[in-house]
Design a protein around this ligand. Structure first.
Ligand SMILES: Cc1ncc(C[n+]2csc(CCOP(=O)(O)OP(=O)(O)O)c2C)c(N)n1
Ligand SMILES: [Mg+2]
Length: 578
């Protein structure tokens, strides 16, 4: 373990001292357990290694719930080390004592009530073994959350030194050296090889895969060598190479094309991409064999259309697989459609200047290979998926996409920033930034470098795409005044705006100054490029703010779909082939 996050309290003192006094550990201090949890999550996503979080007893523990749930869904290894009161101080009026046993429920893959032990050779051996086992459990199989609850009795600190402990292995070796050997499933590989060799119209779908494995490159190489279109979410790291189809989301919105491009085999790696048109296309493929390589048992198949789920490690498997001979024009037809779509999107955006889709596309061009883009849930990650181009050397893209929460996004991005010296850029909406505004404290307190691109469209722009934004039921004027009895601002006087879009009215320049970040408002693409260049070359953290208009953004997306449909209707599509 290399990193741990602490938060303050009295009952957790032994845990905090233990972690902070360990020279091999980097200890990141947070005042807010929710931020600490999400910071650890971002750090663990970016490193692939378990990160520990410790906190005091009571509601502090409950604050880790959001991060625990995202870690469970996104399969991120976390060790939650929570302080508790011993049995005699529970449920009897002692302060700051709540029921912490199995508090994370199904979000934790393993819970241990560590209990209160005297320091004996036996208990030290058990404790050291437990630590190794907790680490291994968080990491192995389906990675996730291990919760160790520590009832601690006073005195919580010692006057003087700790008693001598000779139970450690020499040379600071782990007490138990656990090694997991992934099964080499030769029969499974051979079965898959057989399927792949006979496919004439294979498609490779690659989704979120935040691990440091060569899957992105491997998927791109396999697809290019096989003549298979590669539908790759930027979170897979595979939107690269000759076979990558960048604009599948726009392409598959065009019904005639979705009906004509019918594969005879779909191979899936990583999570299922976010795109609704892609999901519904996969759903409508009827009898087509759909094979998912799913070594962690993630079961990413909400429409129940996967025919074969194989616990094979995808990067290794793709390297050893050889496709058969594809239909002559199979990949070429996809590529032509993708190029037409790219041109139509480019033409539609050419007259728009700086808007949300152009920002997403621009980030896909500007960010260096050795950088990380942390994309917030809501429109940022959707626009990244839709408008991000194919490039040879894409940067890494991370997102809290396990449970799609907008809580903790700033903290998670700072956690990713703590994982390496390469630049990290967070692209986030105004509501998500306001939600985790306390996460900005990490910039000053932990001396971290993060560039935040804020899309401030005065509320949750995603909801403007939904019928609720139009319905008279939600658009009727509010008759009451604000909660404090004051007048509502004119733009907040209907139910939809006040209760669903929720513009915050915050001046983010002042938030930046409170938390010691730079702030810059940019109004056009050259301004954005220059600001990003300056930020990426600077120390410390800064916010580059871009203003948006929610309704204009919906209209622009619709114009883009119309333009792509127009361009694609010029294709001569063969009859549906099955
Ligand atoms: C913890 C949590 N609460 C509520 C939601 C529901 N939600 C999804 S998107 C969103 C609004 C996000 O607004 P903003 O960050 O400004 O992004 P935009 O939609 O404008 O792109 C909300 C409230 C959620 N995903 N997670
Ligand atoms: Mg917004």
């Amino acid at each position: 373990m290399r990193d741990a996050c602490t938060s303050p309290g009295s009952r957790c003192t032994p845990l905090v001292l233990t972690l902070a006094r360990q020279p091999e550990l980097r200890c990141h201090s947070h005042i807010d357990e929710r931020c600490a949890g999400f910071f650890a999550l971002g750090l663990a996503k970016a490193t692939g290694l378990p990160v520990a979080v410790t906190c005091t007893s009571g509601t502090a523990v409950a604050q880790l719930m959001g991060a625990a749930i995202e870690a469970r869904e996104a399969r991120v290894p976390l060790l939650l080390l929570t302080a508790d009161r011993p049995a005699e101080l529970r449920d009897n009026g002692a302060g700051q004592a709540i029921d912490q046993l199995k508090l994370f429920g199904a979000a934790a893959k393993w819970f241990v009530e560590v209990s209160v032990h005297d320091c004996s050779p036996d208990s030290l051996r058990w404790m050291r073994t437990l630590a190794c086992r907790a680490y291994a459990t968080a990491l192995e199989g389906r990675p996730g959350v291990v919760h160790l609850n520590f009832p601690l009795r006073e005195p919580l600190v010692l006057d003087g030194d700790l008693p001598h402990d000779s139970s450690a292995r020499p040379g600071a070796r782990p007490f138990v050296a656990r090694r997991a050997f992934p099964a080499q499933d030769q029969p499974g590989l051979e079965e898959l090889q057989g399927l792949i060799a006979s496919a004439r119209r294979g498609v490779l779908v690659a989704g979120r895969h935040e691990r440091e494995t060569p899957l992105g490159r491997g998927a791109a190489d396999f697809a290019a060598a096989s003549g298979w279109p590669l539908l790759a979410d930027p979170m897979s790291g595979a939107r690269r190479g000759e076979a990558a189809i960048a604009h599948y989301d726009a392409l598959l919105r065009h019904e005639p094309l979705a009906a004509a491009f019918i594969p005879d085999l779909v191979l899936r790696v990583g999570d299922l991409p976010v795109s609704k048109p892609l999901r519904s296309w996969l759903e409508r493929l009827g009898g087509v064999r759909q094979v998912s390589l799913d070594p962690e048992g993630a079961w990413q198949d909400p429409s129940s259309v996967v025919t074969d789920s194989m616990a094979l490690e995808p990067a290794g498997a793709l390297q050893s697989l050889r496709a058969g001979v594809s239909e002559d024009d199979w990949l070429a037809r996809w590529r032509t459609a993708d190029e037409l779509t790219a041109a139509a999107i480019g033409a539609a955006l050419a007259t728009e200047g700086l808007c949300e889709p152009a920002l997403a596309a621009e980030l896909g061009v500007l960010l260096p290979e050795r950088s990380t883009l942390f994309a917030a849930s809501s429109m940022p990650i959707r626009d990244i998926e839709t408008f991000w181009p194919v490039r040879g050397d894409p940067p890494r893209v991370l997102c809290n996409r396990g449970a799609n929460g907008i809580d903790g996004t700033v903290s998670s991005a700072f956690g990713a920033a703590a994982a390496s010296d390469d630049p990290v850029v967070l692209v986030i909406g105004d509501v998500a930034l306001a939600y985790d505004i306390g996460g900005l404290l990490a910039s000053m307190r932990l001396q971290l470098r993060l560039t935040i691109v804020l899309i401030n469209n005065d509320g949750g722009g995603i909801f403007d795409f939904l019928p609720v934004s139009k319905t008279p039921l939600a658009r009727s004027q509010l008759t009451d005044t604000g909660a404090a009895g004051g007048e509502l601002a004119p733009h907040e006087q209907d139910i939809y705006t006040r209760h669903i879009a929720t513009p915050t009215g915050l001046d983010f320049a002042r938030a930046a100054s409170l938390y010691g970040l730079r702030h810059e408002l940019v109004g056009d693409l050259p301004g954005l490029r220059a600001a990003l260049e300056r930020e990426l070359a600077s120390d410390g953290s800064g916010i580059v703010e871009v203003r948006g208009d929610r309704q204009a953004n919906v209209a622009l997306h619709r114009r883009i779909w119309d333009a792509t449909a127009g361009a694609l209707s010029e294709l001569s599509l063969p009859e549906e082939r099955r």
